[in-house]
Write a protein that binds this ligand. Structure first.
Ligand code: 1HN
Length: 344
């Protein structure tokens, strides 16, 4: 391939003249922005151990009162992007949030979409547009774009959850902002939210409710039972995987990031093909080895890892006797909508 001209090939006076007019020659940078065959990825395969994060998060609880933090979070930042950018991948933000008994993280709404995966503790709740949602270990709680949300905690032990947001993308698009609110009046309080089950949807007053986000809490007990049921009927060498969907439309639960629950049978290894979106693994129960980018991470309960796009990934259950349960997040809804989704 013909090597392209560089900036140094050009007369300095000419380059200065361009600069003064906000002009840039393309050819010295063309290969950089569009390399041959495979994109340049800043995202590095990275793992965060809960055992290391937890004491530092609890210390943040001592050091910084909730009033001084609003959201007491340690961000899982990918060093490949630079820690100050607070991103795990091009579109994924990850953080571990701590709420102590009696604390309240005040109401706000914002343009980025968020979900919470509950890691530890009982008694906390998130109120989303007036709906009070209990937070139990492994539950997935949605706070979609524009919806009011606040967190409270009636229990007696610290509660920790993993926040997943599409903040890096929304920020890049110069569309990220928030609005503070006042404590929401609770319009819906129930421990059991009506869920889609067995292909059936609640239809109060004989009408199907077509709200944009009909389901805001995906209880882990339901997801786990569905995985076990799928494992019973599916071929032993196939991945036992469920997608968190909007039960009304059948689409992904959110517009930008995709969320999945994965069960690894005892001793099972699954090989995921190289796909364009970056993805995140978080262990709910058991343990798993993630192999990608010539690295290998043994993840135990509540550990989290991310892998850049365009890399094949192997996921192996660390145990030969018990299943492992993982939560996954990826950028595939975004890639599909943009027509960039690729599987190699
Ligand atoms: C946010 O609103 C929450 O509501 C958590 O708990 C993490 C990170 C960036 C921007 C907004 C929350 C966040 C966030």
């Amino acid at each position: 391939m013909q090597a392209l001209g560089t900036l140094a090939d050009l007369p300095p006076d000419y380059v200065k003249e361009l600069e003064a007019l906000n002009l840039v020659p393309l050819w010295p940078s063309l290969r950089g922005v569009m390399p041959p065959h495979i994109p340049t990825r800043r995202t590095r395969a990275t793992a965060w151990r809960y055992q290391s994060v937890r004491p530092l998060l609890l210390k943040a609880g001592d050091l910084t009162p909730i009033e001084k933090a609003e959201r007491r979070v340690l961000v899982l930042a990918n060093p490949g992007h630079g820690l100050e950018r607070m991103q795990a991948s091009p579109a994924i933000y990850l953080g571990m949030q701590l709420l102590l008994p009696g604390e309240w993280a005040p109401a706000h709404r914002h343009t980025p979409n968020a979900v919470r995966m509950v890691v530890e503790g009982r008694g906390a709740y998130t109120t989303v547009d007036g709906e009070k949602l209990p937070m139990e270990r492994g539950d997935l709680i949605l706070t979609p774009t524009g919806m009011w949300h606040e967190h409270g905690h009636d229990g007696d032990q610290p509660v920790v959850w993993l926040d997943v947001l599409d903040l890096p993308l929304v920020y890049y698009l110069e569309t990220s902002y928030h609005i503070n609110g006042t404590q929401q009046a609770i319009t819906t309080e129930r421990t059991e939210t009506p869920n889609a089950r067995g292909g059936l949807l609640p239809s109060p007053a004989f009408e199907r409710r077509h709200t944009r986000y009909p389901m805001l809490r995906y209880p882990w007990v339901e997801a786990r039972a569905a995985l076990e049921q799928l494992a019973r009927v599916q071929a032993a060498d196939e991945a036992v995987q469920l997608t968190y969907i909007n039960p009304d439309s059948g689409d992904d639960a959110q517009n930008i990031l995709g969320y999945y629950a994965l069960m690894l049978r005892p001793g099972q290894t699954i090989e995921l093909p190289a796909r364009s979106p970056a993805c995140v693994f978080h262990v709910i129960e058991g343990g798993a080895t993630i192999r990608a980018c010539e690295q290998s991470f043994d993840l135990l309960e509540a550990d989290t890892a991310c892998v850049p796009g365009y890399e094949p990934i192997a996921v192996r259950n660390l145990s030969a006797d018990t299943p492992a349960f993982l939560f996954m997040a990826d950028e595939s809804p975004l890639h599909r909508k943009l027509g960039l989704y690729e599987r190699r």
